[in-house]
Design a protein around this ligand. Structure first.
Ligand code: AP5
Length: 217
């Protein structure tokens, strides 16, 4: 199964992807996580991406497309769920070309729809594990021990781009550059719109029901 998960920053894409991965054995390809990994490793790509990410702008298409195409080509037969990619219409076109070159296609596009006031509260309260990438929230999804990851006990951190000022830029970027991607897909694939203002379990129930139906079809 090959899924694209779209949604504004903080809509819950990463949270939902982890549940999809757990159920269908697909891999989670998050362009944000991949770029953060490059930054942590100090690679050329990581160095080039840094300033864009810290300001809430998009990393240039050519850099992102190259690294994502490599990951997609390596994905197992079970498939993948894409999180944060494609983020521009140009990236969506490049993704189509990559998939065509390996004779694959996207089965479904899931579009998480969330109100802006929820986005702000979700992102400023987010805490992440620097070791395993698990995501928590200071109010909505607390770890068992405050400030520590449930899986490996690592100290949870706040992402540098989760400050109110950068979040505002990320939202502007989303409206200008990423929203048109939803329209691009509406014209050519099945887009499943989900109300992502609900609690995470309720949202995943809706998504997993739809994906189950797809698997059975
Ligand atoms: P990226 O890492 O992709 O960030 P994003 O799209 O802004 O999305 P987030 O990771 O912030 O949010 P999410 O939707 O995954 O929400 P989450 O599940 O964590 O990108 C970062 C940067 O990298 C970009 O700004 C750009 O510079 C660069 N980049 C990445 N991809 C790129 C590309 N393709 N092209 C160019 N540049 C690119 O949830 C958020 C919080 O809410 C958590 O605390 C969670 O616990 C909580 N939460 C989740 N669901 C719920 C719920 N239902 N109810 C209550 N709380 C919830």
């Amino acid at each position: 199964m090959r899924v694209v998960l779209l949604g504004a920053p903080g809509a819950g894409k990463g949270t939902q992807c982890k549940r999809i991965v757990g159920r269908y054995g697909v891999i989670h390809l998050s362009s944000g996580d991949i770029l953060r990994r490059h930054r942590a490793e100090g690679s050329e790509l990581g160095k080039k991406a840094q300033a864009y990410m810290d300001s809430g702008a998009l990393v240039p298409d050519d850099l992102v497309v190259e690294v994502m195409a490599e990951e997609i080509k390596k994905a197992p037969e079970a498939g993948f769920v894409l999180d944060g990619f494609p983020r521009t219409v140009n990236q969506a076109i490049e993704l189509d070309e990559t998939l065509e070159s390996i004779d694959r296609k996207i089965d479904i596009v899931v579009n998480l729809q969330v109100d802006e006031q929820n986005v702000l509260a979700r992102m400023t309260g987010r805490r992440s594990c620097p070791k395993c990438g698990a995501v928590y929230h200071v109010e909505n999804m607390r770890p068992k021990v405050e400030g520590k990851c449930d899986h490996d006990g690592a100290e949870l951190v706040q992402r540098p781009d989760d400050s109110a000022e950068v979040v505002a830029n990320r939202l502007r970027t989303y409206h200008l550059q990423t929203k048109p991607v939803v329209d691009y897909y509406r014209e050519k694939s099945t887009v499943f719109d989900v109300d992502a203002n609900k609690e995470a379990d309720e949202t995943s129930g809706l998504i997993l029901d739809r994906l189950d139906a797809l698997v059975k079809a």
